[in-house]
Design a protein around this ligand. Structure first.
Ligand SMILES: *[C@@H]1O[C@H](CO)[C@@H](O)[C@H](O)[C@H]1NC(C)=O
Ligand SMILES: *[C@@H]1O[C@H](CO)[C@@H](O)[C@H](O)[C@H]1NC(C)=O
Ligand SMILES: *[C@@H]1O[C@H](CO)[C@@H](O)[C@H](O)[C@H]1NC(C)=O
Ligand SMILES: [Zn+2]
Length: 566
């Protein structure tokens, strides 16, 4: 789609700032995801930002009525706006705002990238130069040293650079000085200061030793946090996301989001979950009735708990020991009794609970806790929408329980894409039967919401996730036929995960997830028909325009001069 022109027909030409109703015509295909609508040719978003009519062009023009603007989709394909049901937008914004060392192929290149960043975006006095993403495995294999950083950076500028996995940090001499780390500093429990043959710290700190330095890094200011978040919003809008489930947020950030929802700078619908460590009812101002937020753009009605770690570091709690670490089975952060005690007051206060569970043992304990509490609180059969985040490795006997208990499995297709090179080694063949088991889960669950877990274990780009769900292949199309191909979904099922199912998981299906009269006017224009093209073409889908409530927020149109013919 080279040229994207806009022409006025009967109404006024489309203009970004207008609050007139918006008529969208001339799409090559509109996939409404509304089962009652047959191959519509046009739709209209009313002044209230909601879909007003959908159907034939004549009927929609008629329904749009009065003065309206026309958007000629020029052969683009239209989908409902996509929703990522599991993401960490503040972390992504931070990632976008610090030095990216992930492309460095040597220590020298990493130093150069850090120095270039410090030059182009100099940290304020007292602040650290922050970076992330280095990986010595791709270099000569040796850990880097503070000396190379010292040569390239201002002597007084402390630098703190996280390794790709977050388990190691590379710092310079200024950072060590500032933190008081010297040759007599002992290794803290659960961590290590790498030292040279003279016993001097080399500048690499492992695990808990990172805290020797991190506690001196100033907290980001309100302005920085807003900048980070805004960068993430822009990235989301350009990739077609009109909604996000933000998986665990601090109250101070929730206030910021609330302000942005009011002043119009929140460009997607955000469902932010609180973190379970906060007390229920400890809302803004301390009034329980204040704690939940239920606005058009911002919802805070859910709470997230962590039950185990991740598979990549053998932290996921398994029923049996790991295949490649027969002495380990991961660990639960809470016992069944502790989990029940933690979530019960939130359930009683009417919050939607989500539990992070990756290993089959964690998933079983989470299901057990829900089962017992649903019975105890007489909520069996109610529309509670309790969630399990990841549901990554399941014992096959637990899969039907998602249906029976009405628990929503919130899964991330890109995890399978990233984990498939090593998952069998870690889990063994037998356990793979319940790993990333979208098809088996979908046979039982009420809905299968999809997300990415960006930036920790996934990418913002939802077209990658749709591709992974459909093919179970990496971006080069390997392995041929797909990994555990019986779990592949259709494109329709995958997109449903990012639209209607994700909306359902936020109790927002009456307002989001399809192009249906009365729902919010959230939709995307894309350059290809992902239901027709070769699957390998799905990840490179280009977003022409992303609209939230009928307002253009991102995509190629946003950054292009457009013809407006009056
Ligand atoms: C509709 O889109 C096509 C491209 O698919 C374009 O050639 C045409 O000018 C557009 N406008 C109308 C009114 O057909
Ligand atoms: C060296 O570190 C130790 C412990 O971290 C601290 O007690 C001591 O004061 C430091 N010495 C100097 C000279 O900074
Ligand atoms: C699993 O690991 C635990 C802890 O190291 C060990 O005691 C146990 O024997 C292991 N189980 C098997 C079946 O190897
Ligand atoms: Zn997460």
């Amino acid at each position: 789609m080279a040229i994207f022109g806009l022409v006025a027909l009967l109404g006024l030409a489309w203009a970004e700032s207008s609050s007139l109703p918006l008529l969208v015509i001339n799409a090559s295909r509109i996939y409404s995801f509304d089962s009652l609508v047959q191959r519509p040719a046009a739709f209209c978003v009313g002044e209230d930002g909601r879909f007003k009519a959908i159907g034939t062009e004549d009927a929609v023009r008629h329904a749009c009525a009065g003065e309206y603007q026309v958007l000629d989709a020029a052969g683009a394909v239209v989908l409902p706006g996509l929703i990522d049901a599991h993401a960490h937008p503040m972390d992504e914004g931070r990632r976008l705002s610090i030095a990216d060392l992930s492309k460095a192929k040597s220590e020298e290149e990493a130093v150069a990238a850090a120095a270039a960043f410090a030059h182009s975006d100099p940290p304020k006095p007292g602040a650290f130069l922050l970076g992330f993403g280095w990986d010595q495995n791709g270099w000569a294999g040796e850990f880097p040293s503070r000396r190379s950083l010292d040569k390239a950076l201002p002597a007084e500028l402390p630098a703190y650079l996280d390794r790709i996995d977050g388990h190691a940090a590379w710092v310079n001499s200024a950072a060590l000085r500032l933190s008081g780390v010297n040759r007599s500093t002992p290794d803290p429990q659960g961590g290590r200061i790498i030292r040279d043959s003279d016993g001097e710290a080399t500048g690499v700190l492992l695990d808990s030793a990172k805290a020797l330095v991190t506690r001196f890094i100033p907290e980001p200011s309100a302005a920085e946090r807003k900048l980070w978040f805004t960068r993430c919003l822009k990235e989301c809008a350009d990739l077609g996301l009109t909604g996000l489930h933000d998986m665990g947020q601090d109250p101070s950030n929730l206030e910021m989001f609330s302000g942005m929802a009011k002043d119009g700078t929140l460009t997607l619908r955000l469902n932010s979950l609180r973190l379970g460590r906060d007390e229920p009812g400890m809302g803004r101002g301390g009034h329980p009735e204040d704690a939940k937020i239920d606005d058009e753009l911002l919802k805070v009605r859910g709470v997230k708990f962590f039950l185990d770690g991740a598979l990549g570091s053998w932290g996921a709690a398994m029923l049996e020991n790991y295949t490649d670490r027969p002495d380990l089975s991961g660990s639960l952060r809470m016992s069944l009794e502790e989990l029940k005690a933690a979530i019960k007051p939130w359930i009683e206060a009417g919050w939607q609970v989500a539990i992070h569970a990756i290993g089959d043992r964690a998933n079983r304990v989470a299901l057990d806790a829900y089962e017992v509490l649903l019975k105890e609180l007489q909520l069996e059969g109610s529309d509670h929408r309790f969630r399990i985040e990841h549901a990554q490795v399941l014992s096959p006997s637990d899969i039907p329980r998602f249906g029976k208990l009405g628990i929503l499995p919130s899964m991330q297709p890109d995890h399978a894409m990233f984990d498939m090179p090593w998952a069998e080694k870690r889990l063994g063949k037998q356990r793979l039967a319940g790993a990333y088991a979208w098809r088996k889960v979908l046979n039982f669950a009420r809905a299968l919401p999809f997300g990415s877990d960006f930036p920790t274990a996934g990418v913002v780009n939802p077209w990658w996730g749709i591709y992974a769900a459909v093919t179970r292949q990496d971006l080069s199309g390997q392995p041929v036929g797909g990994w555990l191909p019986e779990e592949r979904l259709s494109v329709h099922e995958a997109v449903r995960g990012y639209t209607l199912a994700a909306a359902f998981a936020a109790k927002a299906e009456a307002l989001q997830g399809s192009i249906s009269v009365g729902k919010f006017g959230d939709f995307v224009l894309i350059d290809r028909d992902i239901f027709q093209v070769q699957h390998l073409q799905i990840p490179t889908t280009k977003v022409i325009g992303t609209f939230v409530g009928g307002r253009l927020v991102g995509g190629e149109m946003k950054s292009k001069e457009v013809d407006i013919v009056a």
